[in-house]
Ligand binder design. Structure first.
Ligand code: NAP
Ligand code: L37
Length: 280
């Protein structure tokens, strides 16, 4: 039987509409959430994502500011902007779109963001809190991955979760989140021996490697939930890290690309921003 297709686009729209109700209430109390997005340079993919984030803010009623800076900006000028946003009471969340152009120090910029406004969850304070089980901002893409798995109705506790990829923005925090949900987690990377056999152990398989259609049908345990985080542009088309046509015949549920994790990333960014405004 072919897999259930997990409709991230539809689930993300549902989440945005729930958030809109919260924003309407917050705004009526004089606490409209605000998000500042900082885009440095002219990475075309980043420009597309920033535009989508701005549109989502408008739809939900979140106040948004876009700061577009040339790639020639100095580190000091960028840090000064972060300081200004940290101090601005209209701004609840600050997102510096990564990657930064070369010559700029990403780590120093992330470190400068007030951890209470770090809606991307990349500040070491939030990374640390997540790893020791304290409430923290969860990075948007892994948060979206977990939400999609939960919405399939799958029980996570006790399951084998295999995460393919160990980046700081996707793989590592995704593994941490599933661990927090009491899964047994395996993290695979480019030095893993026999990745295919490791993947085939997963009741839940999360793939974030940036390799078009790497994961084939025989890499997947029959009935597994497969979440494809990959966004690869190949011949003008967007394809994931999973060979969708093969894997959908084996998996129990699978996310498509596009229309899977991508829209959830933006919905979770909106949620993190609304959460900041909703506690004060
Ligand atoms: P990344 O920083 O390039 O990390 C890739 C990871 O995959 C690394 O840990 C690497 O191992 C591992 N890897 C690469 N090739 C491998 C192979 N053949 N076998 C096993 N492991 C392999 O990538 P990322 O930022 O995590 O992004 C991953 C993908 O997700 C990309 O396609 C990206 O565009 C996409 N993405 C999507 C969203 C979204 O919202 N949907 C958000 C962010 C990223 P090493 O550590 O050993 O090098
Ligand atoms: N929060 N996200 C945050 N911070 C960053 O620094 N780089 C980065 C980041 N990445 C990001 O926003 N990624 C992302 C990727 C895909 C989508 C959205 C955000 C997305 O919605 N993708 C659509 C297809 C969009 C297209 O046509 O290009 C999809 O359906 O997958």
């Amino acid at each position: 039987m072919a897999a259930q297709i997990i409709n991230g686009k539809e689930i993300a729209a549902q989440i945005r509409s729930e958030l809109k109700e919260r924003v309407d209430r917050l705004a009526s109390e004089g606490r409209r959430p605000g998000l500042a997005v900082v885009l440095v340079g002219d990475n075309p993919a980043s420009a597309v994502y920033v535009r989508m984030k701005k549109k989502a803010c408008q739809e939900i009623g979140i106040y948004s500011e876009e700061h577009r800076l040339p790639s020639t900006i100095s580190q000091g000028e960028l840090l000064a902007l972060v300081d200004q946003l940290n101090a601005d009471p209209k701004i609840h969340g600050i997102l510096v779109q990564l990657p930064l152009p070369k010559g700029l120090d990403e780590e120093e910029v992330i470190n400068r963001i007030d951890p209470r406004k770090d809606v991307d969850g990349f500040h070491p304070v939030n990374v640390g809190k997540l790893s020791i089980g304290l409430p923290a901002f969860v990075p948007c893409t892994p948060a979206g991955v977990l939400e999609l798995v939960k919405r399939t109705g799958t029980t996570i506790a006790g399951k084998k979760v295999v995460v393919l990829g160990r980046s700081n923005i996707v793989g590592k925090p995704a593994a941490m989140l599933f661990l927090r949900e009491n899964a047994t987690v395996t993290i695979c990377h480019s030095r893993t021996v026999n990745v295919k056999d490791e993947c085939a152990q997963g009741d839940i398989l999360v793939v974030a490697v940036g390799q078009p259609q790497l994961v084939k049908g025989d890499w997947v345990k029959p009935g597994a939930v497969v979440i494809d985080v990959g966004i690869n542009r190949v011949d003008g088309q967007i394809v994931g890290d999973v060979d969708f046509s093969e894997v959908k015949e084996v998996a129990g549920a699978i996310t498509p690309v596009p229309g899977g994790v991508g829209p959830m990333t933006i919905a979770m960014l909106m949620k993190n921003t609304v959460d900041v405004a909703d506690v004060k």
